[in-house]
Design a protein around this ligand. Structure first.
Ligand code: NAD
Length: 250
């Protein structure tokens, strides 16, 4: 099993890519701590998989993040998956919307990494184990501009910058840090965005029309990369923004 013996914490594991990643990591032998802000979603996840611990966690709550890091044994892997898609151009993005997206999408990953990294490095130095941090970015980032994804793309570009900076600082200690850049993935929040469009049928057609492969990604198209980047198979890969986008960036 590709993640045997590894302790991996995932944020936003209640639904979508985070949830599917938690289940995929369990299948590969990891001890997974699945965290989310939504208790009901975590309960449903816990009922589905044994070998997984769930923990309520808001990545915007610094005190909760540091308290959890102090309580848990050191991790081998951290997947910062939490993020929010704000819909609109700069003209639709007031300061409150800007601050919210920055706080959740960028500072959330910063908080988590700052809280858990020292423990990971210490464990690596003590036991000779490896450590991997995976940050959720997106194709909508420094990779590519998309209409009506102003602050979202800005935050995800920052996530890629943060990933490279962390990778550069800790490469000599064996800690790897990469970012994942999916295209459009069929998840509950994407379904919500489609449902809240003026014409949901057209909105879904439009999403599909911009996919070179003629379909949206499923979460199962994304999780193999998550497992790979958290596993030792990717031991020579760090500081990378890895696209899983169905050819959107060709
Ligand atoms: P989603 O948006 O459907 O679910 C998000 C989860 O995050 C929910 O379970 C929610 O309860 C949780 N959450 C919300 N606020 C939180 C907080 N403050 N702390 C902890 N958890 C919180 O899931 P998704 O669409 O798979 O998106 C997951 C990540 O993938 C996001 O970072 C998103 O930007 C990124 N992404 C998604 C797509 C896509 O098309 N779906 C594409 C590229 C990147």
């Amino acid at each position: 099993m590709r993640l045997q013996g590894k302790s991996i914490l995932i944020t936003a594991a209640g639904q979508g890519i985070g949830r599917a990643s938690a289940l995929a990591c369990v299948r590969e032998g990891a001890q997974v701590i699945a965290t989310d802000i939504d208790a009901a979603l975590l309960e449903r996840l816990a009922a589905e998989a044994s070998g997984l611990t769930t923990q309520l966690l808001d990545v915007r709550d610094s005190a909760a993040v540091t308290a959890l890091a102090a309580r848990l044994p050191a991790l081998d892997g951290l997947f910062n998956c939490a993020g929010f898609v704000h819909n609109g151009s700069i003209l639709d993005c007031d300061e409150a919307a800007w601050d919210f997206s920055m706080d959740l999408n960028v500072k959330g990953a910063y908080r988590m990494t700052r809280a858990f990294l020292a423990g990971m490095l210490d464990k690596m130095a003590r036991t000779g184990s490896s450590g991997s941090i995976l940050n959720m970015a997106s194709m909508a980032s420094s990779m590519k501009g998309f209409p009506r994804r102003f602050v979202y793309g800005t935050t995800k570009a920052a996530v890629i910058g943060m990933t490279k900076a962390i990778a550069a600082d800790f490469v000599r200690q064996g800690l790897r840090c990469n970012a994942l850049c999916p295209g459009t993935v069929d998840t509950p929040s994407l379904r919500q965005r489609i449902a809240s469009a003026a014409d949901p049928v057209q909105a879904e057609k439009d999403f599909i029309a911009r996919q070179p492969m003629g379909r949206l990604a499923t979460v199962d198209d994304i999780t193999p990369q998550v497992v790979y980047l958290l596993s030792d198979e990717s031991r020579y890969v760090t500081g990378q923004a890895v696209s899983v986008d169905g050819g959107t960036s060709i």
